[in-house]
Design a protein around this ligand. Structure first.
Ligand SMILES: Nc1ncnc2c1ncn2[C@@H]1O[C@H](COP(=O)(O)OP(=O)(O)OP(=O)(O)O)[C@@H](O)[C@H]1O
Ligand SMILES: [Mg+2]
Length: 356
């Protein structure tokens, strides 16, 4: 299929939104480059769908502007914007079959019959639904409906495609397959994509850049590796990669720099600050030993993950259990109630400032 039209990307400036009196977006600025794949990642209710609907033109923001392809969109209705949206809950025409659902927008555009056939075939192939052309939409499973909705959006070749959790109703196996397909379709069409998910794994796998949302604001906007390795806030660290975020006190400089927590001093790479801080530790960078030194802990929970064991460890003086992911080298996990020592390499610890 030919590359899609270039859009010039999109720009969101100072967008705030309130439903009635409840503020759900606060002063959001965001630029998405032409052909870029940006993901909005954040917990339920943080405003992801609201911002997508504002970009699509279904709601006017209380404040701020949206530009698409360099053009201000205020007052431009949703169907006049060069945008297509795949909704969180698929909306198909139940009385039409799969083919007609996908073909609908092309018929409205009065495209020639052969082109409609060719493009609908391409889109259904893409979402692995060939053979379903004559099936009524109402007779599909939730995951199949989602795929048809995706095909219906792709077939229009929009220059900006907005996808609101398009894979959430699919089982893990199809989701992984669809992820690879989406990456390919994105590359092939060259369009600008904004993708919403609360699945951090999906965000890391798909995106050029991720915007981490926390209560109506963007906490951090960066490429996946930066978000994972250098989270800007304790929230971003905890949400992406399920990191342990532990209050500590940093003292000393250079090689002598230590983070004091739970009655122990842990070595950390000098973060260039002293005093109250957050120690961010990825579960997979924590070592768990049944003898030795480090921070003392007790095993409170263990789960087998196939590739390894997930532990939850109680450390005296810490409010939350420490999460550790350990490769399943020993055949058996450490038993509940066992006293262990946890440690980590100083380079694996991230230190963020903590306001008191
Ligand atoms: N039409 C509406 N009227 C009033 N409040 C709304 C409306 N739509 C959403 N909200 C509220 O606005 C906030 C943000 O909702 P939004 O749908 O943007 O969240 P989200 O990040 O997409 O969440 P999810 O991951 O659950 O889909 C929520 O508190 C929600 O209850
Ligand atoms: Mg939503």
């Amino acid at each position: 299929m030919a590359a899609g039209k270039k859009s010039g990307g999109l720009k969101v400036s100072g967008v705030s939104h309130a439903y009635d009196k409840q503020m759900v977006l606060r002063d959001v600025d965001l630029e998405v480059g032409d052909g870029e794949f940006v993901t909005f990642l954040g917990p339920s209710g943080c405003g992801k769908t609201t911002l997508l609907r504002i970009i699509a033109g279904f709601i006017e923001p209380t404040k701020g502007t949206v530009e698409i392809g360099g053009q201000e969109m205020t007052g431009v209705s949703s169907h006049q914007r060069p945008v297509n949206m795949v909704f969180q809950r698929p909306t198909l025409f139940p009385h039409l079959d799969v083919f007609e659902n996908v073909a609908f927008g092309l018929r409205v555009d009065k495209l020639p019959k052969e082109e409609i056939n060719e493009r609908v075939g391409w889109a259904l192939d893409l979402v692995r639904m060939p053979g379903y052309e004559k099936r009524q939409a109402a007779e599909l499973s939730g995951g199949q409906m989602q795929r048809v909705a995706l095909a219906r959006a792709l077939v229009k070749r929009p220059s900006v495609l907005l996808l609101d959790e398009p894979l959430s109703a699919l089982d893990l196996k199809i989701r992984l397959e669809m992820e690879a397909e989406l990456r390919r379709v994105h590359r092939e069409t060259g369009a600008t994509w904004v993708y919403v998910t609360h699945d951090q794994r999906e965000a890391l796998a798909l995106s050029d850049r991720i915007a981490v949302f926390e209560r109506g604001r963007i906490d951090q906007l960066a490429d996946p590796m930066t978000i994972y390795r250098a989270p800007a806030t304790p929230f971003a660290a905890g949400f992406v990669g399920n990191a342990n975020v532990i209050a500590c006190e940093v003292k000393g400089k250079g090689k002598a720099c230590k983070a004091a927590l739970a009655g122990a001093d842990a070595a950390v790479a000098d973060p260039g600050l002293n005093g109250p801080a957050w120690l961010v530790l990825r579960p997979e960078s924590i070592q768990v030993e049944t003898s030795g030194k480090g921070v003392e802990a007790t095993v409170r929970d263990v789960a087998f993950r196939g590739t390894g064991f997930s532990y939850r460890l109680e450390v005296a003086g810490l409010e939350e259990l420490v999460k550790a992911e350990v490769a399943a080298a020993p055949e058996h996990p450490i038993e509940l109630g066992t006293k262990v020592w946890i440690g980590w390499s100083p380079d694996a610890a991230i230190v963020l400032p903590r306001e008191q």
